[in-house]
Design a protein around this ligand. Structure first.
Ligand SMILES: NC(=O)c1ccc[n+]([C@@H]2O[C@H](COP(=O)([O-])OP(=O)(O)OC[C@H]3O[C@@H](n4cnc5c(N)ncnc54)[C@H](OP(=O)(O)O)[C@@H]3O)[C@@H](O)[C@H]2O)c1
Length: 235
């Protein structure tokens, strides 16, 4: 049990997820994170579990343990994701598709389903899923990435409808470009072409992403559900 609000975040070993965990630990949350590799955040208010979000028994056990040990889950952020690019006619699209579908769609489905059980029981909670502006860009090479992120968005809207009677809200944030290690590995041309498509043509900071999560999680946001907020972009 803890007096602090409890936030679950997936994909916290590095990048945006690590930044989200750090930000909310500093603002009074107990944060429970996960990733396939070891955790890197050292804080008495952070606990890390090594798991793959697509591993059903592991996700069930993780979320049940958090609810049992801490008493509740106030906010869940599905951030874990993979970044990559592959043309449909290249030799590897099936492998690429399976990786994206497994991590993004199966992973978000499992985490949302298990968290929903806890939030319905406690009659309230907030789910925030990370998508991407790539959903609207039709960029060559992004079929698997963009389609599975679009799937997350629609999954979130349906979940919002299902969970509204229980006082649980479900929303999506589409961050603008953040040059995490993975995003950098895509190459300078790719990053430049993404910035060119943004209305506000600069990187976003992880703090700015956290501000959107904070907005969706705020007590005054009980009437906001099923929404997708695009950063740096109109629409
Ligand atoms: N960076 C951007 O410009 C940008 C823009 C829009 C949206 N996004 C989205 O924001 C999220 C984070 O992106 P990022 O740039 O921070 O990526 P990142 O630096 O590659 O970090 C991804 C995190 O997810 C974890 N992860 C990946 N697959 C996982 C799995 N199957 N199970 C558990 N954890 C897993 C990784 O840890 P392990 O590898 O150890 O598992 C890592 O902690 C992604 O969903 C991405 O699509 C990013």
């Amino acid at each position: 049990m803890t007096d602090r609000a409890v936030m679950l975040v997936t994909g916290t070993s590095r990048g945006i997820g690590l930044g989200i965990a750090e930000y909310f630990v500093e603002r009074g949350y107990t944060v429970c994170g996960c990733s396939r590799s070891a955790g890197t955040l050292d804080s008495p208010h952070y606990r890390h579990t090594v798991l793959d979000v697509a591993d059903e028994p592991a996700v069930r056990a993780w979320i049940a343990a958090v609810a049992r040990d801490l008493g509740r889950i106030d906010v869940a952020v599905c951030n874990a994701g993979i970044v990559g690019s592959s043309l449909m006619l290249s030799v590897t699209p099936t492998k690429t598709w399976d990786e994206f579908a497994t991590t993004h769609m199966r992973g978000v489905f499992l985490v949302c389903r298990e968290v929903s059980k806890v939030m319905v029981r406690q009659r309230g909670g907030r789910i925030v899923n990370l998508s991407s502006p790539a959903v609207a860009w039709h960029m060559p090479g992004a079929a698997a990435y963009a389609a599975t992120k679009a799937g997350i968005e629609e999954m979130t809207r349906v979940l919002a409808a299902e969970l509204a009677p229980a006082g649980v809200t479900c929303n999506v944030v589409r961050p603008g470009l953040v040059l995490t290690g993975t995003a950098r590995a895509l190459g300078g041309d790719r990053a430049a072409s993404m910035l060119d498509r943004q209305t506000i043509r600069r990187e976003v900071t992880i703090e700015e992403i956290c501000h959107v999560i904070e907005f969706f999680a705020a007590p005054a946001s009980t009437a906001i559900t099923g929404q997708t907020l695009s950063m740096c972009l109109i629409g």
